[in-house]
Design a protein around this ligand. Structure first.
Ligand SMILES: *[C@@H]1O[C@H](CO)[C@@H](O)[C@H](O)[C@H]1NC(C)=O
Ligand SMILES: *[C@@H]1O[C@H](CO)[C@@H](O)[C@H](O)[C@H]1NC(C)=O
Ligand SMILES: *[C@@H]1O[C@H](CO)[C@@H](O)[C@H](O)[C@H]1NC(C)=O
Ligand SMILES: *[C@@H]1O[C@H](CO)[C@@H](O)[C@H](O)[C@H]1NC(C)=O
Ligand SMILES: *[C@@H]1O[C@H](CO)[C@@H](O)[C@H](O)[C@H]1NC(C)=O
Ligand SMILES: *[C@@H]1O[C@H](CO)[C@@H](O)[C@H](O)[C@H]1NC(C)=O
Ligand SMILES: *[C@@H]1O[C@H](CO)[C@@H](O)[C@H](O)[C@H]1NC(C)=O
Ligand SMILES: *[C@@H]1O[C@H](CO)[C@@H](O)[C@H](O)[C@H]1NC(C)=O
Ligand SMILES: *[C@@H]1O[C@H](CO)[C@@H](O)[C@H](O)[C@H]1NC(C)=O
Ligand SMILES: *[C@@H]1O[C@H](CO)[C@@H](O)[C@H](O)[C@H]1NC(C)=O
Ligand SMILES: *[C@@H]1O[C@H](CO)[C@@H](O)[C@H](O)[C@H]1NC(C)=O
Ligand SMILES: *[C@@H]1O[C@H](CO)[C@@H](O)[C@H](O)[C@H]1NC(C)=O
Length: 516
């Protein structure tokens, strides 16, 4: 229910009745007993609990499928409606009025009738993860403090009337098919702390007025069709912890004011038509940042060294940008780092000192993903590549100009599933210890200068799906042990100096389908 009836549009008949009652108490002279009644808003004419019941029955009648028989079989007169599943009545003062409707993940199919608005004491609606379709009734705006209609098939628009209910704290309509605009009225919701609109078809611009919802903690419009610029005023939302802007058609530069959002934990703005650069003091400006999603953002300039000061960072995704310069040397101080995604940029390395970031990553004891492919990284591959923690699962350094060889200690990276180093200038033998990487699914060493024999230990890689060693200088014969790799479905040894025949064991791999 709204914190203030008066500020909501179209007061319902029952609201008017309550207001009339209040008015009567002011006008008619009365004694103590009445004053006591006045102090409690619970002036409940009997017919209101009848209205509650009939409103719930209208809701029930709009459900066309209830596979788990939650509403169909149990919302009947055997029990008073306050004990129907999903119906919460409440409060000391109004024990028989509905305050919450909680029906989540029940595979319900149906529409949401405006009659729910007749539940005048309703505060929370959670119908998330069902299959409700049709529009969000604008009447709902009078009631909820908490509105979760996420993960349904709702369409239509977001009623701008929702923006008139000062009590609203949480709106989640994510994962629906909602179109239309973001109502600029949302900016006048002083209690709104969470607005989740992600994965819909919302168009238009992000209203600058949202900046007035100064209580906002969570704002996500990810995966919509929003256009226009990011309003610089968003930088005034100083309580914001999550700001999701990715996967839209936003354009223009990333406003500098965003770096003022010092409470931010999750920031995403990739996959738009934005451009800009990361501020030099990023790590100090956003010290609580845990996730930075800034891929495909036309970022230029370098990765700020201060990033390592944002000590809670767990995911850094800066791929597909135009970032240049060195990779900051102290990333290893990010103890919570799980994913470092830097592929498709123009990041550089020449001298051993440019590789110090790799040595420091030894301190990241939960690192799982390290992607550095398609950059301008050159120089000698340091042995410290093998000292990264064994938690590492994905390692891609392909499409660079890295020299040197793979150290035998690579066998430490026992959790590696993808090892992609294609198109570099790596040379030497492949160490036999590669056979220790028992979780490897994909090995791509194509376009390098590796020589010597392919170690027969590759036959120990029983989960291997793909092995590409083409365009190298391998000699000797193809190891027969590969016949043990029963999951292999792609293998390429083309353009080497291999001799002998293809071992017949390989033909025993029935699913070797994609190619040989
Ligand atoms: C009415 O609901 C109760 C549970 O609330 C259920 O046990 C009973 O079978 C239902 N009766 C009918 C006629 O569906
Ligand atoms: C409605 O209110 C009446 C009177 O207060 C009460 O007896 C009845 O049980 C209520 N009905 C339900 C379904 O709660
Ligand atoms: C309940 O709401 C509907 C639609 O908003 C309205 O038409 C109807 O008159 C209301 N019924 C009662 C009993 O208040
Ligand atoms: C949406 O609901 C479906 C089925 O109820 C569930 O499997 C899925 O995980 C939900 N998606 C989200 C994003 O919560
Ligand atoms: C909104 O709902 C979706 C799907 O039910 C859920 O994954 C998401 O966490 C919710 N958002 C917030 C801010 O709670
Ligand atoms: C969310 O939207 C994105 C982009 O439109 C889409 O790729 C993804 O499948 C959607 N996710 C869900 C759970 O609907
Ligand atoms: C915020 O509200 C004030 C007063 O209502 C208004 O003057 C201002 O323009 C609003 N700010 C934005 C960014 O809309
Ligand atoms: C950041 O906030 C400070 C004060 O908190 C203010 O002076 C400054 O103008 C803001 N910067 C931007 C770019 O909004
Ligand atoms: C930032 O990190 C560097 C080294 O990683 C450290 O020397 C410096 O003191 C840190 N600065 C702040 C403000 O934490
Ligand atoms: C890594 O840890 C070692 C030992 O704890 C420490 O001396 C070194 O400074 C750390 N490096 C970074 C970049 O945090
Ligand atoms: C390997 O990964 C699994 C989960 O994927 C994890 O439980 C295990 O601790 C990891 N092993 C090492 C040595 O990091
Ligand atoms: C190797 O990578 C370079 C860029 O690093 C690229 O220009 C070239 O096309 C790639 N060659 C192959 C064969 O993939």
């Amino acid at each position: 229910m709204c914190s203030s009836f008066l500020l909501c549009p179209k007061a319902s008949s029952s609201t008017i009745i309550i207001l009339l009652f209040l008015l009567l108490f002011f006008i008619i002279p009365r004694h103590h007993h009445h004053l006591h009644v006045m102090s409690t808003p619970a002036i409940v004419p009997n017919h209101d609990n009848v209205t509650d019941r009939s409103s719930l029955l209208v809701f029930k009648s709009k459900i066309s499928l209830d596979p788990h028989d939650v509403v169909f079989a149990t919302w009947n007169d055997t029990l008073p409606f306050c004990r129907w599943q999903g119906v919460v009545c409440g409060g000391r003062r109004n024990p028989e009025r509905v305050v919450s409707l909680l029906l989540t993940s029940l595979d319900l199919v149906g529409t949401i009738p405006p009659h729910l608005a007749n539940l005048t004491f309703l505060r929370s609606i959670d119908l998330s993860s069902n299959n409700f379709h049709g529009p969000i009734p604008q009447e709902l705006s009078r009631l909820s403090r908490y509105l979760d209609l996420s993960n349904n098939s709702l369409n239509g628009i977001i009623p701008s009337e929702l923006g008139h209910c000062l009590g609203l704290q949480m709106i989640n309509v994510s994962f629906n098919k909602i179109g239309g605009y973001i109502p600029s009225e949302f900016g006048s919701l002083p209690s709104l702390y969470s607005l989740d609109l992600k994965n819909n078809s919302i168009t238009g611009q992000i209203p600058a007025s949202l900046a007035n919802a100064s209580f906002l903690n969570y704002l996500s419009v990810t995966c919509n069709q929003l256009s226009g610029g990011i309003p610089p005023s968003l930088g005034e939302l100083s309580a914001l912890k999550v700001l999701g802007l990715s996967f839209n058609n936003l354009e223009g530069s990333i406003p500098y004011s965003l770096w003022n959002l010092s409470s931010l934990e999750i920031l995403s703005f990739g996959m738009n038509q934005l451009h800009g650069s990361l501020p030099r003091d990023l790590g100090q400006a956003l010290p609580h940042l845990t996730h930075l999603y800034a891929y495909y953002a036309n970022l230029h300039g370098s990765i700020p060294i201060s990033l390592s000061n944002a000590s809670q960072l767990s995911l850094i995704s800066l791929s597909h940008n135009n970032l240049n310069g060195r990779i900051p040397p102290d990333l290893g101080s990010l103890r919570h780092l799980r994913k470092l995604i830097l592929g498709d940029n123009q990041l550089e390395a020449r001298e051993p000192i440019d590789w110090s970031f790799l040595t420091s990553l030894r301190n990241c004891t939960i690192l799982e993903v390290l992607l550095m492919h398609q950059n301008n990284i050159g120089g000698l591959l340091p042995n410290s590549i093998a000292n990264i923690f064994s938690t590492l699962q994905l390692l891609t350094i392909g499409e660079n100009s890295i020299e040197g060889s793979i150290p035998p200690e690579i066998g430490n990276l026992v959790n590696l599933t993808e090892f992609i180093i294609r198109n570099n200038s790596l040379s030497g033998h492949i160490p036999a210890s590669i056979g220790l990487l028992k979780n490897l699914h994909i090995v791509d060493f194509t376009f390098n200068n590796f020589s010597g024999e392919i170690p027969s230990t590759v036959g120990n890689l029983s989960l291997l799906n793909e092995i590409c060693l083409d365009f190298n200088s391998f000699s000797g014969s193809i190891p027969a042990s590969l016949g043990n790799c029963k999951s292999l479905d792609f293998l390429n040894f083309d353009q080497n100096k291999l001799t002998g025949i293809i071992p017949k064991q390989l033909f025993s791999i029935s699913i070797l389908s994609k190619g040989l």
